[in-house]
Design a protein around this ligand. Sequence first.
Ligand code: 5AD
Length: 408
Amino acid sequence: MIDPGHGGYDEGGRSSDGRIVENVYNLMISNKIKTLLEKEGVNAPIKHLYNSAAIADLEKKYDEVFADREELRREVEDLKNQLARNKKLNEEIAEYLKNEAVKKRKAVYGNTVFIRGLIEISNICKNDCLYCGIRCSNKTCDRYRLTKDEILSCCDEGYSLGFRTFVMQGGEDLHFTDELLIEIISEIKQKYPDCAVTLSLGERSYESYKKLYDAGADRYLLRHETADEEHYNKLHPEKMSYKTRMECLKNLKEIGFQTGCGFMVGSPYQTTENIAKDLKFIEEFSPEMCGIGPFIPHNATEFKDFPSGDVDLTCFLLSVIRLIKPTILLPATTALGTAEQGGREKGILCGANVIMPNLSPHSVRKKYELYNNKLISGNESAQEIENLKNSMKNIGYEIVTDRGDIKR
Ligand code: 5AD
C-alpha cells in the first residue's frame, strides 16, 4: 500500500508563492509510483485518508467532544450555518456588483478593450521597496537598461501590431535624465503622432514631470500603493514617504497628465480598513486610470513568505472601482493573469477595460521580475496579440486599435 501522507486536514508545506501544496504533489508522485508498480504486475493501492472509515472516525470524535454539551454543539452548528450564509451572501454581492460594473463599462466603452504596449525600459532602481523584485538591495537581479534605439524598435514593432499607446515603464534609474527622456518621447511622437505615450517611471520633481509633459507625454502611472500612511511605511524603506508619493500624484494631475494611481491587493499588513481608504482615495482623487493587481511574493525580498493576494477580491475591487468612476481606464493586470490562469479575462468580465501586453525585447523580459513567475511568453506577450484577441472574443469583448483615451 502507498501512503502519500498529508491526505487529511493537514495539507503539508507550501511553496513561498503559496501555489504548490505538498499533499497535491504527494498524491501526484504516489499515482506515478502506482502506475510504475502496476506495470511490473504489483498491486499497489493508494491509502486515502479521506475514506469513509476516516470520516466516520472524525464524526465520532465530534460527537464525543459535544457529548454533554448540547448548547455548545448548537452554537457551533449555528456558527457554521452563519458562515455558510455569509459566504453565499458575499458571492451574491460580488455577482451583483460585477453585473452593475459591466453595465456601466458597456454604457461608456461598449465591449471594446484597449491595449497598451508595455516597454520595460530599465530594471535599475534606486529604491528599495520591500515587496519589489527589482529593489536595489536584490543582488541576484540581473540589471539592464534599454537604449533609445531599442525603445524605438519596440514602438515600431508595436505600431505594426496595432498598438496606439506605448507605456515606458522602469525602475527609478538616474540614467534616464529629463534630457534623454525628452529626446525619446519627442522621437516617438514625431514618428507616431497618432499614438499616446504613457510614462511609469516613479517619483520625479514637478519640473521634471512638466518637461516630460511638454515633450509630448500624455499619461503617467504612479501607483499610490496604499492610502494609509502607516501601511505605506510598512511597505517602504524610511527614505521613501507617503507625503512625497501623494505630492507627486497631485503634481501630475495639476500639470495635465491623464494620471493613474493604484495599489496591490493583499499586500503584507493590508487590512480591510486600508482597502476602504484606497477606495475613498480613488473616489476623491478621481484618476483617469487605476492599476490594481494581487500582491505576489518575490523570493529575493523580505516579503517572500507572505501569501499572494486573492484573485476574487481583486476582481471584486475592479467592479467597485468601475462603479466609483464609470469612465475610468482600468487594466486587467499581468499580476492578475499570473496569480491565476485566465485571471485577466476574469478581470475584464468584472469591469476592467484595458490590457497591457509586453512589448519589451524578449532578452530582457525575464529580468523585469517584480514578483515570482511573472508571465512572459503567453498571451501577455504583444506578439501573441492574435491569441489575446481570440480569448477576448470568446468572452464577448473586442480588442481595438485606438489610443484609448478616457471618455469624458
Ligand atoms: N507583487 C505585485 N505587484 C507588485 N508590484 C511591485 N512588486 C510587486 C509584487 N511583488 C507593483 C507595484 C508597482 C508596480 C509597478 O508593480 O504596485 O507600483
